[in-house]
Design a protein. Structure first.
Ligand SMILES: *[C@@H]1O[C@H](CO)[C@@H](O)[C@H](O)[C@H]1NC(C)=O
Ligand SMILES: *[C@@H]1O[C@H](CO)[C@@H](O)[C@H](O)[C@H]1NC(C)=O
Ligand SMILES: *[C@@H]1O[C@H](CO)[C@@H](O)[C@H](O)[C@H]1NC(C)=O
Ligand SMILES: *[C@@H]1O[C@H](CO)[C@@H](O)[C@H](O)[C@H]1NC(C)=O
Ligand SMILES: *[C@@H]1O[C@H](CO)[C@@H](O)[C@H](O)[C@H]1NC(C)=O
Ligand SMILES: *[C@@H]1O[C@H](CO)[C@@H](O)[C@H](O)[C@H]1NC(C)=O
Ligand SMILES: *[C@@H]1O[C@H](CO)[C@@H](O)[C@H](O)[C@H]1NC(C)=O
Ligand SMILES: *[C@@H]1O[C@H](CO)[C@@H](O)[C@H](O)[C@H]1NC(C)=O
Ligand SMILES: *[C@@H]1O[C@H](CO)[C@@H](O)[C@H](O)[C@H]1NC(C)=O
Length: 416
C-alpha cells in the first residue's frame, strides 16, 4: 500500500526536478536573448554558453561579453541602429556563425582574444573602420565581409578556409592574408579603388574571381583546382611564378584596362578554356612559355602585335584570336597547329581562326564568328562547377558568384 503510493510520487518529483533543471540550466539554452548589459551580467555564471546568442535590435549602446569564454552556437546581431560597441576581452571561440548585419552605428568591434569562429558573415556594417582582434582569428570555415567601412582586414587571418568573399568594402585598401589553402572560392570584388591584395603563402586554391584590385600577389600559388578569372582590375602586371596547372577550370583575364604583362612561366596546362579579352594595353602575350595543353578553347581579343605560345601542342576546343594590330607572324606559326581540315597538324582540335587588323577586336568581334560554340561551352562548364561548389557556402557568396558569373558570360557573349 505504502510503496504503491510513494513510488509514483517519487517518480513525479524526480520528473519535475529533471524538467526544472534542464529548463533552468542557465548555461544551456536554445537561444540566449540579449538586449542589455544586464542581460549579459545574468549569464556570467557561465563561462561557456551552449546555444545561440541573439542580440536584439533595441539595445544598450555598449555590449561587453567579457566573462563568457566560449559561445557554442551562433552570435547574431542584426538590424540594430543603437549599438556602438560590441566587445569581449575573454571570448576565445564562437563555434557557429558570427553574424553581424545592417548595423549603422556599430563603430567598435573588439574581440581581443577571439581566435576561432565557425564562420564570419559581416554585411552592411557602415560605421566600422577598424577591427580590434588582437589575438587574430586563425580558424573560420567561411568568411563574408561585405559593405563595411573597413580599410583593412587585419585580425582576420586564417590559414585555410572554404569560401572567402570580400566585396563592396569601398574603403578597403589592403588585404594581406597568410591563407595557404582555400577549398571553395575566393571572391574579391568592388572594394576600394586602390586595393592591394597579397597572399604570400597561398599554395592551393579551388576557384577565384578577382575584380577591381590594384595589385594581386600570389608568389607561392601552385595549383588552381578550378577557374581563375580576373575582370576589370587596375594592375599593370600579373605574375604567378609557381603556378603549374589549373585542373578543370578556365583562366581568364577580361577588361583589365592597364594590364600589359601576364607572366605564368611554369603553367603547363589549363583544364578549361583560356580567355584573354579587352585588356587594351596588352600588346604582347609572351609569358606562357611552358603552356602545352588547354582543355577548352583559346580565345583572345585585344590590341596585340605579338602572341607567343611556344610549347602549345594540345587544344581540345577552338582557337580564336583577333587583334586590332598586325599579328600575321604569330598567325603563321599557329596555323601549323590547326586541324588537318584547315591545313595544320591537328594539335588544335576545334576550329582555327587568327585575324589581324580588326579594329573591332575589343568591342565588336562578331566579325570573326566561328568559335562561339566552344567558348560558351568553356564558360558554362566553369559556371556550373563553381555553382556546385558554391552551394555549400554562405548564401551571399553563391549569389555574388552567380552575379559575377552572369556578368562574365554577358561580357563574353557581348564580345563574340
Ligand atoms: C526588431 O526585433 C523585433 C523582435 O524580434 C522584430 O519584431 C522587429 O521586426 C525587429 N525590427 C527590425 C527593424 O528588424
Ligand atoms: C536595417 O535596420 C534598420 C533598423 O536599424 C531597419 O529599419 C531597416 O529596415 C534595416 N534594413 C534592412 C535592409 O533590413
Ligand atoms: C588543400 O586542401 C585540399 C582539400 O582538403 C587538399 O586536397 C589539398 O591537398 C590541400 N593542399 C595543400 C597544399 O595543402
Ligand atoms: C569592377 O569589376 C566589375 C566586373 O567584375 C566591373 O563590371 C566594374 O565596372 C568594375 N568597377 C570598376 C570601378 O572598375
Ligand atoms: C616556388 O617553387 C619553388 C620550387 O618548388 C620553391 O623552391 C619556391 O620556394 C617556391 N616559391 C615560393 C614563393 O613559395
Ligand atoms: C578538384 O577539382 C576536381 C574537379 O572539379 C574535383 O573533382 C576535386 O574534388 C577537387 N579537389 C578538391 C580537393 O576539392
Ligand atoms: C573593355 O574594357 C573597358 C575598360 O577597360 C570597358 O569600359 C569596356 O566596357 C570593355 N568593353 C567590353 C566590350 O566589355
Ligand atoms: C613581365 O613581368 C615579368 C615578371 O614580373 C618580368 O620578368 C618581365 O620582365 C616583364 N616583361 C616585360 C616586357 O615587362
Ligand atoms: C586598341 O585598339 C583600338 C582600335 O584600333 C584603339 O582605338 C585603341 O586606342 C587601342 N588601345 C590602346 C590602349 O592601344
Amino acid at each position: 500500500m505504502f510503496s504503491k503510493l510513494i513510488l509514483p510520487a517519487l517518480a513525479a518529483t524526480a520528473g519535475l526536478a529533471t524538467a526544472a533543471k534542464s529548463a533552468s540550466d542557465p548555461c544551456k539554452q536554445t537561444t540566449f536573448t540579449v538586449n542589455s548589459q544586464a542581460d549579459i551580467s545574468n549569464l556570467l555564471s557561465c563561462t561557456t554558453l551552449t546555444g545561440d546568442v541573439v542580440i536584439g535590435n533595441q539595445t544598450d549602446a555598449t555590449l561587453d561579453f567579457t566573462g563568457i569564454n566560449v559561445i557554442d552556437g551562433d552570435l547574431t546581431l542584426l538590424n540594430n541602429n543603437m549599438v556602438s560597441t560590441l566587445k569581449s576581452s575573454s571570448t576565445t571561440k564562437i563555434t557557429g556563425a558570427f553574424h553581424l548585419q545592417n548595423l549603422t552605428t556599430l563603430s567598435t568591434l573588439a574581440f581581443t582574444e577571439l581566435t576561432s569562429v565557425g564562420s564570419i558573415n559581416w554585411v552592411s556594417l557602415t560605421a566600422i573602420d577598424v577591427l580590434t582582434f588582437t589575438a587574430g582569428i586563425k580558424t573560420a570555415e567561411n568568411i563574408v565581409v561585405s559593405d563595411t567601412f573597413l580599410s583593412n582586414l587585419d585580425g582576420l587571418d586564417v590559414v585555410s578556409a572554404g569560401t572567402i568573399d570580400i566585396n563592396n568594402n569601398h574603403r578597403l585598401v589592403t588585404y594581406t592574408s597568410s591563407l595557404a589553402n582555400l577549398t571553395n572560392l575566393l571572391n574579391i570584388n568592388a572594394n576600394g579603388l586602390n586595393l592591394q591584395v597579397s597572399f604570400p603563402d597561398l599554395i592551393w586554391i579551388a576557384d577565384m574571381t578577382i575584380s577591381n584590385v590594384s595589385s594581386f600577389s600570389v608568389p607561392a600559388l601552385r595549383t588552381v583546382n578550378g577557374s581563375m578569372r580576373f575582370d576589370s582590375n587596375f594592375f599593370t602586371t600579373f605574375n604567378a611564378p609557381n603556378l603549374t596547372s589549373t585542373t578543370t577550370g578556365d583562366v581568364s583575364f577580361v577588361s583589365n584596362a592597364q594590364l600589359k604583362n601576364i607572366t605564368l612561366p611554369q603553367l603547363t596546362s589549363i583544364g578549361g578554356g583560356f580567355l584573354i579579352a579587352n585588356n587594351t594595353a596588352q600588346d604582347q602575350i609572351n609569358g606562357f612559355g611552358k603552356l602545352k595543353t588547354v582543355g577548352g578553347a583559346i580565345n583572345m581579343r585585344g590590341n596585340f602585335t605579338d602572341i607567343e605560345l611556344p610549347a602549345l601542342n594540345d587544344v581540345k576546343g577552338a582557337f580564336d584570336i583577333v587583334s586590332t594590330g598586325d599579328i600575321s607572324d604569330s598567325c603563321a606559326t599557329f596555323k601549323k597547329l590547326a586541324p588537318s581540315s584547315q591545313g595544320g597538324n591537328g594539335d588544335i582540335q576545334g576550329s582555327y581562326t587568327c585575324q589581324s587588323n580588326n579594329a573591332q577586336a575589343n568591342s565588336n568581334p562578331t566579325a570573326t564568328g566561328s568559335s562561339s560554340g566552344s567558348s560558351s561551352t568553356g564558360s558554362s562548364s566553369s559556371g556550373s562547377g563553381s555553382g556546385n561548389k558554391g552551394s555549400a557556402a554562405a548564401g551571399i557568396s553563391v549569389n555574388s558568384l552567380a552575379v559575377l558569373g552572369l556578368a562574365g558570360v554577358a561580357v563574353i557573349a557581348q564580345m563574340l
